[in-house]
Design a protein around this ligand. Sequence first.
Ligand SMILES: [Zn+2]
Length: 122
Amino acid sequence: MGIFSSRCPACGQTPLFEGFLSLPKSCSECHFNYSQIDTGDGPAVFVIMLAGLLVTVAALYVELRWQPAYIIHFAIWLPIGFALPMLMLRPAKAWLIHSQYRHNAHEGRLHKGNVDKQNEGK
Ligand SMILES: [Zn+2]
């Protein structure tokens, strides 16, 4: 089970996504609750940064190497600039979901022990 796998991070048996990017409420096989998983805008940020870098570097290379007309640049880089992030988004979200599951990541919260230690000095 790879970290980019579109399978349940707990059991690896059922599909991770219900649609393009939405998650089911829970795994139908192992009943893992997906509501505790929240990747937020993380996958989109990674994908936009990486795809933007790749497309920009490729466009600059093509411009410096062959200097095509601007309409050629639009014809090449506009579809690629749209398709590349769409292709990368699902594996990126799967990667973050698997990472959250593997490292037991969740929202930050104060433990009672930490609150008591903070109040000792007062
Ligand atoms: Zn499962």
